[in-house]
Design a protein around this ligand. Structure first.
Ligand SMILES: [Fe+2]
Length: 496
């Protein structure tokens, strides 16, 4: 039977010729990608997966693994399918016309198993209770296609404004599918186990599918590697330049935009952006903002900055965390004194962010870990430390002490910049960025824990060692002072 699905038809040539993909359960070859979680809110979530050949998609879910009595609604299923394009070298997006769809359905009636297209199902579950753990299971009609076990579960967001704690995993420039990436992932899993606090979300700061962001590269460098986490933890992505080789922010099309279901209408909090290329969301008392630094207008007068100003004006939160791909400050494998996209993110976007009271900016692109002192107003090119450092200590509660800011979101009280481009691709340093407190040329990732008025960050390297600890405390009213002759990082050997 023809279902009343809204159908977007797309070409996934690479997927059609690359069958070695991750499945939810061992031996289950029907599922090519996923399941994974998208756009969780306090009352809804999208569960996404791909199959080869069409199924009748149903998600059963409930708060107990033994009795998943709730059923997804047919109206809440979005279907995207690949076109029959085996052999095409470049995937091309293609909207299926009603005539094409009718032809496909006729073919399917004659030969129900003959349709080997790739189908992506995006099933939205609604009416969920906030801050609640649900188990889920995927079905083709009445037939289960995943096992009944505790491995598939999700937790809805806490109610907006609730004083909830959050554990956030941050990764950048990871998408090689190689050994370093896997070690970084395993080190995070061990750290989470050891500290006995599960992740609440996963932020990816771009370059998740080397080298062209093609569908098969997403599987190899992202979905296959992180599958165990992605089925339980929502990932909020930002697009890197490598995804930008096959996806476009201007039209929000391509394999990156096919893979992700992101808010456009303020569904998860914040001001509607009208595009999946940049968006915001709330988690308890934290406001998150994601930008596209790659292929959209980065000017302070452009549409993205105009939306950003409005979004930050309306943000009602204690914390503001922003993320995108191109770092405003770096001397890793890229140089923010010399490269246009990076200079623009610093000169055009950072003043808006700091006016909005941003606490942390998370980026990648530069394959290194760099973490700044408490900084404000460093918009000049080249970047200098004089006059822009509000606290030149190490920010470590066990060292110089946490960075201090006033309670709530207040303009220009200092930002910690983190370049986390060390998630898997080869790491490199080409100089010394004078606002940085830690410069570490090792693979790793960042775990941020927000608990009430305190945020603490840990950088865990691929061997599982904690290589950096910093903290921000937001209490009472803090008077901002600028440090004269601030502490400076060690230059590299032979650095001019
Ligand atoms: Fe990049």
């Amino acid at each position: 039977m023809l279902k009343r699905f809204s159908v977007v038809c797309l070409s996934v040539a690479a997927l059609l010729v690359t069958p070695t993909l991750w499945a939810a359960d061992e031996g289950d070859e029907l599922i090519l990608r996923g399941p994974y979680l998208q756009s969780v809110t306090e009352s809804s979530i999208h569960i996404v997966w791909r199959t080869r050949g069409q199924i009748d998609p149903v998600v059963r879910y409930g708060t107990k693994v033994r009795s998943m009595k709730e059923l997804s609604s047919e109206e809440n299923v979005q279907l995207r399918i690949s076109n029959d394009v085996e052999g095409m070298s470049k995937p091309q997006l293609h909207i299926e016309t009603p005539a094409e769809r009718e032809k496909r359905e006729k073919k399917r009636q004659k030969d129900p198993t003959g349709d080997k297209n790739v189908f992506q199902y995006e099933v939205k579950l609604t009416g969920l209770a906030p801050d609640t753990k649900y188990y889920y299971r995927l079905y083709d009609g009445d037939t289960a296609i995943t096992k009944k076990n505790k491995a598939l579960h999700f937790v809805t967001m806490p109610p907006f404004g609730a004083d909830a704690s959050a554990r956030i995993w941050v990764v950048g420039d990871s998408g090689t599918g190689g050994r370093d990436q896997k070690q970084v992932y395993e080190a995070m899993l061990d750290y989470v186990d050891d500290t006995k606090k599960p992740l609440d979300m996963y932020l990816h700061v771009g370059d998740m599918a080397y080298s062209d962001g093609a569908n098969y590269e997403f599987d190899k460098g992202f979905f296959n590697v992180y599958g165990d986490t992605l089925r339980n933890v929502t990932v909020w992505p930002s697009m890197g330049n490598h995804e930008g080789k096959t996806s476009r922010g201007t039209t929000a099309t391509g394999p990156y935009y096919d893979a992700y279901v992101l808010p456009t209408k303020g569904e998860a909090g914040g001001v509607p952006s009208g595009t999946e290329a940049y968006y915001s969301f709330d988690y308890g008392r934290i406001h998150f903002v994601c930008l596209d630094s790659h292929d959209l207008d980065r000017k302070s007068t452009g549409p993205m900055a105009t939306w950003l100003r409005e979004d930050l004006n309306q943000a009602d939160a204690d914390w503001l965390i922003a993320f995108w791909h191109h770092p405003p400050y770096t001397k890793g494998s890229h140089d923010s004194d010399k490269e246009g996209q990076l200079i623009e993110m610093r000169q055009e976007i950072m003043p808006i962010m700091e006016e909005g009271g941003v606490d942390i900016v998370l980026t990648g692109h530069s394959h290194i870990y760099e973490r700044s002192m408490l900084v404000d107003g460093a918009y000049a090119t080249p970047t200098i430390a004089e006059g822009v450092i509000l606290d030149d200590g190490d920010g470590n509660p066990a060292g110089d002490g946490a960075y201090r800011k006033s309670a709530g979101l207040n303009p220009h009280e200092g930002t910690v910049q983190i370049v986390a481009g060390h998630g898997g691709a080869g790491v490199r340093r080409k100089g010394t960025m004078p606002i940085m407190r830690e410069i570490i040329v090792e693979h790793g990732s960042v775990i941020l824990d927000v608990e009430g008025d305190t945020l603490i960050g840990h950088m865990v390297n691929k061997k599982g060692a904690v290589r950096d600890v910093f903290s921000i405390e937001k209490k009472g009213k803090v008077v901002v002072k600028r440090v004269e002759n601030p502490w400076q990082p060690e230059p590299m050997k032979n650095e001019k």
